[in-house]
Unconditional design. Structure first.
Ligand code: NIG
Ligand code: FE
Length: 411
């Protein structure tokens, strides 16, 4: 099965160097080819180059991309796509003046979603979640991480992770699963944190490991949620089962959580709306990818990750959606890229690097995803005719995607 894409106006993120991530000044560079072709064989990028070297198209399915831009699909390394119902009432409560924290302290927020999830059957949860997965695939996402964390009971967490597994089996998209039992303390454990952490470590983790349901472990390391010490217990337990950490940290407060994550060799630290100079120093020279979630900042009106300061300090940065019912009910990666440009002053080149190759790194997928490289998976976005790729973030409300190719097939 071959597909030849011809007359591509601009082929973006072309990397023969096999790099895994880009950092600091290198983020400003987006290698590209003008007037290009790209050949797909089965689900792999087999070849590409400029049109004068284009192979003979006879007998091959051909897509004429005259005037169009082709780029690797988005790599969304942080989502909570599997959830039940919605939190529209909390959205209106915030409009009427309540903050995210106030809603949570009244039993809303994560606990509200957990109640709904535990009342929803596995089949219904699967059906609700696959609608969102199909939507983000049409919006150009070609690899995605999905977290548990709205069960907060043994059965609820397993139900979420089984739904993630089923999505992985049924859709042509790479999916990584993250166990987030430490998302919030259920009401009955409010005064007894260690008992809930015991439940996570002694009841949830062994079952999850036995059924091979998770790739990573996460916790909401935040004032009022999981402390540094509590998160360290979680990371330590995850490590015993081979689950590397990807941690929610520094969303509202900086309490030296990043330092603890780096100590545990976390694959990523995510949110980072509040970042101190010490946090930046701690991240320098490590393998931990900082991940910003700008549409979360947009939706609940909190600060944006200080991307300029971090990039200028030489750090890498990835961008992800955080698609979830409470703080970001959107999985639109183009909107994330646009918001990063508009609100975080990232250039289009930096934002596209952050949403492709660096996103892939934050899921341990940069050997197969995140760039136009021979041998990588054929996950591509073919845009409508564009004046330049600046139009993607500039026309932030437009859907400029013409065709999505997932694992070598037009979807
Ligand atoms: O990444 N901050 C923690 N967790 C989620 C949102 C949880 C919720 O409100 O449902 C996030 O923003
Ligand atoms: Fe999140």
């Amino acid at each position: 099965m071959k597909i030849l894409i011809t007359n591509i106006k601009e082929l973006l993120q072309v990397r023969e160097d096999g790099i895994e991530k880009v950092s600091g000044k290198d983020m400003a560079v987006l290698p590209s080819l003008q007037n290009a072709y790209l050949l797909i064989e089965n689900n792999i990028i087999a070849d590409y180059g400029t049109m004068e070297n284009c192979p003979n198209a006879s007998g091959i399915q051909t897509i004429d991309a005259t005037g169009k831009t082709v780029l690797p699909s988005w790599c969304d390394s942080h989502t909570h796509i599997v959830y039940a119902g919605n939190r529209e009432q909390e959205f209106v409560d915030r409009i009427n003046g309540l903050s995210y924290e106030e809603i949570a302290s009244r039993g809303g927020g994560i606990l509200n979603s957990a109640k709904k999830l535990n009342e929803t059957s596995e089949e219904d949860l699967y059906l609700q979640s696959r609608t969102r997965l199909e939507e983000v695939m049409q919006q150009g996402t070609g690899a995605v991480e999905i977290k548990s964390g709205y069960g907060l009971t043994v059965e609820g967490e397993l139900k979420m992770l089984r739904v993630i597994k089923r999505l992985r089996e049924e859709y042509p998209i790479a999916i990584k699963a993250t166990f987030l039992g430490a998302h919030a303390f259920p009401a009955e454990y409010k005064e007894n944190h260690s008992a809930y952490i015991d439940l996570i470590i002694n009841e949830m983790l062994p079952k999850i490991a036995e059924e091979k349901l998770a790739d990573y472990i996460d916790a909401f390391l935040e004032t009022g949620y999981f402390s540094v010490e509590e998160t360290e217990r979680i990371m330590e337990a995850g490590k015993k089962y081979g689950l590397q950490a990807k941690i929610h940290v520094n969303q509202f407060t900086a309490i030296k959580g990043i330092e603890a994550c780096v100590k545990y060799d976390a694959l990523s630290v995510d949110h980072l709306e509040i970042v101190t100079d010490e946090d930046i120093e701690v991240l320098k020279g490590t393998k931990t990818m900082p991940v910003a979630l700008p549409t979360c900042s947009f939706f609940i009106s909190i600060p944006y990750t200080p991307a300029r300061k971090m990039i200028e300090a030489g750090l890498p940065l990835a961008l992800a959606t955080d698609f979830n019912p409470g703080t970001t009910p959107s999985g639109n990666m183009n909107l994330v890229v646009a918001t990063a440009c508009i609100k975080m002053k990232m250039t289009p080149e930096e934002a596209i690097n952050a949403a492709t190759i660096n996103g892939a790194y934050a899921m341990d997928l940069s050997k197969t995803h995140g760039s136009i490289t021979k041998g990588k998976r054929a996950n591509l976005i073919i845009t409508q005719p564009l004046t330049s790729y600046y139009q993607l973030p500039y026309a932030f409300g437009s859907d400029l995607i013409d065709t999505v190719i997932a694992e070598g097939k037009v979807i």
